[in-house]
Design a protein around this ligand. Sequence first.
Ligand SMILES: NC(=O)c1ccc[n+]([C@@H]2O[C@H](COP(=O)([O-])OP(=O)(O)OC[C@H]3O[C@@H](n4cnc5c(N)ncnc54)[C@H](O)[C@@H]3O)[C@@H](O)[C@H]2O)c1
Length: 380
Amino acid sequence: MTRVGVWLVGARGSVATTAVVGTAAVRAGLVEQTGLVTGLPEFAELGLPEVADLVFGGHDVVASDPRKRVELLADAGVLPAELGRAVADDVAAAEAEVRDGVEVRDGGGPQRADVERISHDLDDFRSRHGLDTVVVVNVAATEPHREPAPTDASWALLSAALDLPGTPLPASSLYACAALLTGCPFVDFTPSSGARLPALAELAVDRGVAHAGSDGKTGETLVKSVLAAMFVRRALRVRSWSGTNLLGGGDGAALAEPGRAAAKAASKARVLTDVLGHPVDGGVHIHHVADLGQWKTAWDHIGFEGFLGTRMSLQFTWQGCDSALAAPLVLDLARLIAIAPTGGPVPELGFFFKDPVGTGPADLASQFDALVAWARAAAR
Ligand SMILES: NC(=O)c1ccc[n+]([C@@H]2O[C@H](COP(=O)([O-])OP(=O)(O)OC[C@H]3O[C@@H](n4cnc5c(N)ncnc54)[C@H](O)[C@@H]3O)[C@@H](O)[C@H]2O)c1
């Protein structure tokens, strides 16, 4: 039996807290596995690590009372208040494993020491709990858009840059780097670009450590990846696709900053071109509406053309509870990447992401088939 640790970067955020509460609730038999893809029959006989056996730790940069965080999620309607109270001990146990995260400031010193501190925290967590694998999942707040730097190009250049002051890498790069150096599979659930550097991809292959990302596909993009395929299969020409997203919560607040919203919009844009095979008119807009709390609303308008050039349109409205959609996917990803037989990118986990690493199909049905085939082979 493989003992798996899940190290959450952004451990005190909404997605992370919901993942910890959900795991404890599943362990106690208080909830069904609704929303967990790995709870589907296709994954039943594969011997994946049990949800109930996952052990949590993580990094964060803010201090907060775990009981208060769970209460806030309950107030927001993400989970029933009595469920939060029932699993308070498990939430406290996970909180006891949260360590100070890394904040990057301009003008800081060399960043090698940050990577070494993160690595030490991961090694310590693994050895104290006797874990076979620690999966690091980045669920920290979205970072601002970052222009590529020459040192991103190779591990030799990036590694040398870690010893120099004045070339600050974003925190997401440092967490990914530390995870790969300590042999921890790394999952990037965020749209931040810092973990997607060619140098880190090279490091993952070199060290034989699996990685996957980026940006969990939980709402508008999930629907897009199904609907776009419908238009393709019916030979209907999509002319325009415009989406407006109203986000509440901490993520919505972070994305209110134009630089961070740009990172999210870029990762949301990819699916249409990939599935349709051509660019379309229209764009993705993100607005922060604090009043929505944990809920997000996506309103999409699709203009398309049928036989004889007849113009038609489709509109949909998706109202999702952010953390309830994301948290089970974090557990799925941890269970799956823990059994990855080889290092480097795992494109078959693209089913879970808006902007998957590597190459693979972009429509959801094909991605699901690829995922199941990969998981069956990996489990052998
Ligand atoms: N909820 C979804 O459906 C969904 C879907 C796709 C992607 N995501 C991504 O998941 C991430 C988390 O979302 P959330 O709703 O939990 O956000 P949140 O704001 O509730 O939590 C983010 C946490 O990250 C912490 N953090 C910030 N900088 C950090 C650093 N340098 N090191 C460690 N921790 C740091 C914050 O203190 C906070 O506790 C976001 O990047 C979001 O874009 C969420």
